[in-house]
Design a protein around this ligand. Structure first.
Ligand code: A2P
Length: 279
């Protein structure tokens, strides 16, 4: 049920503070959508970082004043893209996403141009394999990183795992990987390095070629058998994790049991974690 909404006659009269204009909205399921907005000319960011975005809140009943309603969103587009892309859940009673899900091309959103985050190359020591572990909308920062040439310059293999409840929830990631593999501009930018990308989707509540939580498939060795990996460990492997609190805690434990240590921008090590933000 993918629906893409594009419009070319976009008005360019910002009225909100830090306003950016929506250029495209895609509804993937009744619970997931992605959208693209104009990029502030001065905004520089590292692939994997997030920014605060949102809309104006309702007027205060007493003062009539409106305050911005902002949430952290990973930038899903690569840093060389002239627009910014975001991937979001729709929460029917969520203060922000209940409204944000109705944006259309030409509308404006607020975007604070101060990117931050730990899912960046600088927070990892050099290694041979890079793992991206995502559940749900946690794939967003990796949507940026798998389009970043540095990912392929720095590693021999890049493995993107994505666990969702149902097959349709994987569609954004599946199409993205397909596009990355076939996009001529990316090929030119990244070269044969793109062949290093391995996509490992799993579902937990609907039949699909690979069923189960990624954590269980790591614990029982299925992932390593599937990918022919026999030497997972701190000498070769680096990981970035983005998902629910449960996923983050469980993966941390698994990675630590293999000898990987958590790093940060100021103290790079073998893996980094960020929670997937829910609006
Ligand atoms: P499950 O269906 O077994 O709960 P959600 O839609 O709730 O955000 O979940 C997205 C996906 O993340 C689901 O497939 C869910 O599996 C999975 N998941 C939730 N918690 C964990 C966890 N602790 N470890 C691994 N996967 C998890």
């Amino acid at each position: 049920m993918t629906m893409v909404d594009t419009r070319t006659d976009i008005p360019k009269t910002p009225t909100l503070p830090d306003a950016q204009t929506v250029t495209e909205v895609t509804h993937w399921t009744d619970r997931l959508f992605s959208f693209r907005v104009t990029r502030p000319a001065s905004l520089r960011f590292r692939s994997g970082e997030f920014v605060m975005i949102g809309l104006m809140g309702d007027p205060d009943p007493k003062t009539g004043k409106q305050k911005p309603l902002l949430r952290a969103y990973s930038i899903a587009s690569p840093s060389w893209d002239e627009e910014l892309e975001f991937y979001s859940i729709k929460v029917q009673d969520g203060p922000l996403t209940s409204r944000l899900q109705h944006i259309r091309p030409g509308d404006q959103i607020i975007l604070r141009p101060k990117p931050v985050g730990t899912l960046v190359h600088d927070a990892l020591l050099p290694g041979r394999r890079l793992w991206f572990f995502a559940t749900g909308t946690g794939i967003a920062p990796f949507a940026s990183l798998i389009r970043d040439p540095q990912t392929y310059e720095d590693y021999d293999k890049v493995i993107l795992t994505h666990t969702c409840r149902e097959v349709k929830d994987l569609e954004y990631g599946r199409q993205l990987v397909e596009t990355v593999r076939s996009d001529e501009m990316l090929r030119e930018l990244i070269g044969d390095g793109l062949d290093k990308l391995v996509y490992y989707p799993t579902t937990t509540r609907e039949e699909s070629p690979r069923m189960g939580r990624i954590t269980d498939l790591l614990r029982d060795g299925t992932v390593f058998r599937d990918l022919g990996i026999e030497d997972f460990g701190p000498e070769t492997d680096r990981a970035m994790v983005c998902g629910s609190m449960g996923l983050n805690l469980d993966i941390k434990e698994i990675l630590e049991s293999h000898g990987l240590r958590e790093g940060a921008n100021s103290d790079p090590k073998e893996y980094v974690v960020e929670k997937a933000f829910v609006g």
